[in-house]
Design a protein around this ligand. Structure first.
Ligand code: SF4
Length: 412
């Protein structure tokens, strides 16, 4: 049986971090229960809701890629006709936002709705959590609900950086939360770090990496600070202002150096670098997130959640109030509904596939899409962006920090 991932979006936070460009809000806790009720209804009635919204979802897997590229923008019709494998849910990812703010009963309700609606054999159930929200009773209830992986929005061990970024937790909360989770039986913990927070220096970043290695989570994600209009800090930086410690944000070169320090420190601590931003102890690669990079199907529930059937992509509207009222009225506020063309499917194969350090099988892709990528790949290999080993092509290890440049060159 083929596998399906489920993502549940909880768009609520206690405060808005200065660097955050997500569609999340700080709301009264009285809004949590109606939101969870709407998510459970969306899960239970997804077939009817999707059908009414014009999305074809059969619960079977569409395969991408057999049409020839260059024949125009023909939708991948043939894929749907030839695909008939049933899907069973094996991964659930409850993200946000800060879903650990919810009452554990709400999380139990969501997971019950999934188990009642789908064929489910849940190997990996992840909850995103902020360290200050962890308590022993809550952690025990999470485990009883079936959560077996916790992804911590840690970002840094330096209080000065956490304060400047508008985070609620402090270093001491991290040291308090991890033993609580271990005690509750969570054997798979992931830490997120951000390279490039205001006031970060070589020394403080090195210290965060050292402290992380001592706490020994099974999985680590390292993201470079994103500077765009979508966050208060990003806007301030783009306008040359000084609010939110914008003047203390490290340069791009420093961020690239921090990334390289992380590569070295995490490798030395026994982590396997398997995706541009992700490292894992052996066997602890994120099963759910691998689906995104392998273009495997997933359904998203909640405001702003994205879905991929193998042939179509769609997303719910972001506004949580509008989402709840639409689902209460038995409508799904679907937007960005796209049936993939062969060209866009090929772009995704390259763009998403090359994020994995295992690389892509160019021979398979060329055969599937009826294209030759030889010239393009040779050009990028000659300039040091890509490495080639037979049919396997991967990003060069020393270009991972500037992978966006490689992707742009690849799409030219
Ligand atoms: S906790 Fe995460 S989602 Fe919420 S505001 Fe901070 S960065 Fe954004």
């Amino acid at each position: 049986m083929k596998k399906l991932g489920i993502y549940v979006q909880v768009p609520f936070c206690q405060t808005k971090c200065t660097y955050c460009n997500f569609h999340t809000g700080v709301v009264a806790s009285s809004r949590f229960a109606p939101y969870v009720e709407a998510v459970c209804r969306e899960i239970r009635e997804h077939r009817q809701l999707l059908k009414a919204a014009g999305v074809e979802w059969t619960g079977r897997l569409g395969r991408s890629g057999p049409d020839k590229v260059g024949t125009g923008a023909a939708p991948l019709q043939r894929q749907r006709e030839t695909s008939s494998e049933e899907l069973a849910v094996d991964t659930v990812y409850i993200g946000g936002g800060t879903p650990s703010l919810l009452d554990p009963v709400h999380l139990q309700d969501i997971l019950d709705a999934i188990r009642e609606t789908f064929a489910a054999d849940l190997a990996e159930v992840t909850l995103e959590a902020d360290p200050e929200t962890v308590e022993a009773a809550k952690a025990a209830a999470w485990v009883r609900a079936g959560i077996n992986r916790v992804s911590f929005g840690l970002q840094s061990f330096a209080d000065k950086e956490l304060i400047a970024a508008g985070r609620m937790h402090r270093r001491v909360d991290i040291y308090r939360a991890v033993p609580i989770l271990r005690e509750a039986g969570i054997r798979n913990i992931s830490f997120d770090l951000i390279a490039g927070l205001p006031h970060q220096t070589n020394a403080s970043w090195g210290q965060s990496l050292e402290e992380l290695a001592v706490l020994a989570p099974e999985h680590v994600s390292v993201y470079l600070l994103e500077i765009d209009e979508g966050s208060r800090l990003g806007k301030e930086l783009l306008q040359g202002g000084g609010k939110y410690s914008a003047g203390a944000v490290p340069s791009e070169d420093e961020m690239a150096e921090f990334y390289e320090m992380a590569q070295e420190a995490l490798g030395a601590a026994g982590y396997h670098h398997y995706e541009i931003s992700n490292w894992a102890k052996p066997g602890f690669e994120s099963k759910h997130n691998l689906k995104y990079w392998r273009r495997e199907p997933y359904l998203g529930f909640g405001a702003g959640a994205h879905s991929f059937s193998g042939t179509e992509r769609w997303a719910n509207a972001h506004d949580a109030v509008a989402y709840v009222s639409a689902v209460q009225g038995r409508r799904l506020p679907v937007e960005q509904h796209e049936t993939l063309t062969a060209e866009s499917a090929l772009e995704e194969e390259l763009f998403l596939g090359l994020r994995r350090l295992d690389g892509i099988d160019v021979g398979r892709i060329e055969r599937s899409y009826g294209v030759s990528l030889a010239n393009k790949i040779e050009r990028l290999r000659a300039t040091g962006f890509l490495e080639r080993d037979g049919d396997i092509v991967r990003l060069s290890a020393d270009r991972l920090a500037v992978s966006n440049e490689v992707f742009v060159a690849l799409m030219e």
